[in-house]
Design a protein around this ligand. Structure first.
Ligand SMILES: [Zn+2]
Length: 416
């Protein structure tokens, strides 16, 4: 979810002419006018500084307060585009303090907290926004999303019901709503348990040792992988839903060849199609794979190229060698392998299962190659470049001195 909700209006101030003006400094009106100019030219930091000075001389003026608030919001928006959400949140907290009756910075902050997966903070801010301005559809939609991530599906649906009633054509929401509805029909009587960083929902008949083992594997991954990725510790609780195989297919609409998914919640089937529990090392591998996705989302939001995300998940859950090396070798010989550049997009669901297997093998081989040759720390630098907004190939060149083509050639050479 990455919309811009915030159409901000900056206004001139009238009736401030009689305020006391200190010698050699501008009046609040003049500072306000300077702020407007800076704002309109996109110089948001300068605008903040001007409105700040106007505000010092005219604290009770609603227009000045709103302008200063808007400038902080615009700056926050700039920072969010650079993925600097922590600093963006700082500006919004200032904005909220200056203009406490304005729901707009609360909603914006709620949206950023959701992007940071700080679900409880998001709920707090969005509920506050709705208290100030009941009926704001953006706030209700986001609050529904926050409840959903908190695994409170009935409350999420109540918010989304309202939004869809008011605006039936709401973009993308119908699809999300139906997804939640489908999941709820499978998970409604699941039990819940938790550890320090994870909340698990599980079918009532799931034996205690298995679900306890799931939490144990994830808590270990939290520390081990967090350390590997240079101190990457996503905010708790991280939601985990474990299923039997048929429940998994029903809730996610994914085929039997899919071993798990992370869509903001880790979802994993723990049985095979015959109802047998999977072996412990397979459960561990799947959980590790999905937990890598949690970390990548935490570090890169949605900026991770598909091949990097899946390549890391495969490499860290299986080691650097692709399991489908033969399949990959054949595809390379026949010239039907993908270009890495074509494996950047997030939605590869349209691929047929055999093509998808090949795509995974290529992602795995490419990251496996970089990982064995340069190690985890350089991979972390690569991710930092991506987080800062570099394109995948720019980041590849900067950190590994490789173009896509050269990396593809190396993968071929290693497989020979
Ligand atoms: Zn994956």
């Amino acid at each position: 979810m990455r919309r811009r909700f915030f159409a901000l209006i900056i206004a001139g101030v009238g009736g401030l002419g009689t305020l006391s003006v200190q010698a050699q400094s501008l009046s609040p009106v003049e500072y306000n006018n300077q702020g407007i100019q800076a704002y309109n030219a996109g110089r948001h930091l300068e605008a903040i500084s001007c409105f700040e000075k106007a505000y010092q001389g005219a604290r009770d003026n609603a227009t000045v307060r709103r302008n200063l608030c808007n400038a902080h919001q615009a700056r926050a928006n700039d920072l969010a585009q650079e993925n600097n959400l922590i600093e963006a949140a700082r500006h919004l907290n200032l904005a909220i303090g200056i203009d406490p009756d304005n729901p707009s910075p609360l909603i914006q902050l709620g949206a950023y907290y959701l992007r940071m997966n700080m679900v409880q903070d998001a709920i707090f801010r969005l509920e506050e926004a709705i208290e100030i301005k009941p009926g704001d559809l953006n706030a209700h939609e986001l609050l529904g999303e926050a409840y959903y991530r908190d695994n409170d599906i009935p409350s999420a649906r109540a918010q989304w019901d309202y939004v869809l009633e008011m605006d039936p054509g709401r973009k993308d929401l119908r699809e999300r709503y139906e997804k939640a509805f489908r999941e709820e029909s499978v998970e409604y009587d699941f039990n819940r348990a938790g550890s320090r960083h994870f909340r698990i929902s599980y079918p009532r008949n799931m034996p205690y040792p298995i679900r306890s083992r799931v939490l144990n594997i994830l808590e270990s991954a939290y520390w081990d992988l967090g350390r590997k990725f240079g101190g990457a510790y996503p905010p708790a609780p991280i939601q985990v839903i474990v299923y039997e195989a048929d429940q998994f297919s029903e809730a996610t609409q994914l085929d039997g060849h899919v071993g798990g998914v992370y869509d903001g919640k880790i979802r994993i089937p723990l049985t095979d199609a015959t109802g047998q529990f999977l072996p412990d090392d397979e459960i561990k591998r799947r959980l590790t794979h999905e937990y890598v996705h949690v970390i990548v989302r935490h570090l890169l939001d949605e900026k991770a190229p598909w091949w990097v995300n899946e390549g890391l998940a495969e490499t860290l859950s299986r080691g650097p060698e692709p399991i489908d090396a033969d399949l990959l070798r054949r595809a390379l010989e026949q010239g039907v392998a993908f270009r890495l550049a074509d494996l950047e997009a997030h939605q590869l669901k349209a691929l047929r299962p055999d093509a998808l297997r090949l795509a995974y093998a290529q992602a795995h081989a490419a990251i496996g190659q970089l990982w064995s040759r340069f190690g985890q720390q350089r991979i972390n630098q690569f991710l930092a470049e991506l987080a800062a907004g570099a394109t995948p190939e720019q980041a590849l060149q900067k950190v590994f001195r490789r173009t896509y083509r050269r990396l593809e050639e190396e993968v071929v050479a290693v497989l020979r």
